[in-house]
Design a protein around this ligand. Structure first.
Ligand SMILES: Cc1cc2nc3c(=O)[nH]c(=O)nc-3n(C[C@H](O)[C@H](O)[C@H](O)COP(=O)(O)O)c2cc1C
Length: 326
């Protein structure tokens, strides 16, 4: 197994911390597809081909979104160590698995806003529980929109008039996935894990058991070990639903969308909000195309989420940082 070495002027301890923080990013089924090669003057972000989920994510779009989220964390961690990162997406040299190259662009003075986002990394966890009905204030919605725009993407706030159509798409996509034995097998393999397993989604993060009236939170990560529903504690009636969109298709656009998603999630966390993803509608080609038409032809939907006020949830497991080294 590779060992930590100095990189970009960081000590081995600082390099390990930067990789650990990158690895706190969200990923589909918590597969943690990111890997890092530390070189004296650069860090390469690679994907791990073994972390593919071919039934759920056949084009590896979500794999790259997760890697983009890890890249955003790494950028903030480098800023925290006093290095201003310069990122090249999909560098032309190197292995097929390289997604980005990060070089040092001089010393950095973290802005107060970057500091807030950096601190939010440890507090961000996917929350699959019911949220409170309290609406998300307009200023906070603006800060979410702005965070996604900062990363060259667009955030669509789902309007009341779009809810019925979107709900139909989500349920259709969910049914299509459950009808696919390969999808069910993959979900079973990576969910309902014990808390000490270093990848996959632990049953403790699955939220309460699903019920027929649930409108949005449908995918069951509990593998039959869900907490019973507290009577009267249904999912919120009026969730804030958001779609992170890119302006193009392709690998670079997906890496940008991953960074935008993570900046938005950290901004939400810093504002005391919680979020969960609901990816089925974007994973099934037919419903993704329908969603694209609903949003207007120029936007490419990359992630659908609900955001709101909720109780705190615990972190999920991660690989040891040195397991992330190439
Ligand atoms: C591209 C992508 C798609 C995801 N899709 C879903 C989803 O459909 N449903 C869900 O509950 N969580 C989804 N997640 C959240 C992951 O399951 C979660 O990030 C992972 O289990 C790690 O947990 P954490 O976010 O609490 O750190 C997704 C995450 C990513 C990055």
């Amino acid at each position: 197994m590779a060992e930590f070495t100095p990189t970009l002027g960081l000590s081995t301890e600082q390099a390990e911390e930067v990789v650990r923080i990158a690895g706190e990013a969200p990923s589909l089924h918590n597969r943690q597809p990111w890997r890092f090669r530390l070189l004296p003057h650069s860090i390469e972000l690679h994907y791990d081909p073994r972390a593919r989920l071919p039934a759920t994510d056949p084009r590896e779009r979500e794999l790259r979104i997760g890697c983009g989220a890890a890249l955003l964390n790494m950028r903030l961690a480098l800023e925290h160590e006093g290095i201003s990162p310069v990122v090249t997406l999909l560098p032309s040299t190197g292995a097929e698995s390289v997604l980005a190259e990060i070089r040092g662009g001089g010393s950095s003075n973290m802005s107060p806003q970057q500091r807030v986002l950096y601190r939010a990394i440890a507090d961000r966890h996917t929350n699959r529980r019911p949220f409170r009905e309290t609406p998300v204030p307009v200023e906070q919605r603006h800060s979410l929109l702005e965070s996604v725009e900062r990363e060259g993407c667009w955030l669509h706030i789902v309007e009341r008039g779009e809810l019925g159509r979107l709900e139909g798409m989500v349920h259709r996509a969910h049914r299509a996935q459950l009808a696919d034995p390969r999808f069910r097998e993959e979900l079973a393999e990576w969910t309902g894990h014990a808390a000490e397993v270093s990848e996959g989604v632990p049953a403790s993060a699955a939220g309460p058991e699903r019920e027929a009236q649930d409108q949005w939170v449908l995918r069951d990560y509990s593998a039959g070990k869900a907490e019973p529903r507290v009577p009267g504690k249904d999912f919120e009636y009026d969730p804030l639903l958001l779609v992170v969109c890119s302006y193009h298709e392709g690998r670079a656009a997906e890496l940008r969308a991953g960074q935008a998603l993570q900046r938005m999630l950290l901004t939400a966390t810093a504002n005391g909000l919680v979020a969960s993803l609901m990816s089925q509608v974007i994973e099934i080609d037919e419903t993704r195309e329908e969603l694209r038409r609903m949003l207007g032809e120029s936007l490419r939907p990359q992630a659908l989420l609900r955001v709101g006020h909720g109780s705190r949830t615990a972190p999920t497991p991660r690989h040891e940082p040195r397991e992330l080294l190439l």
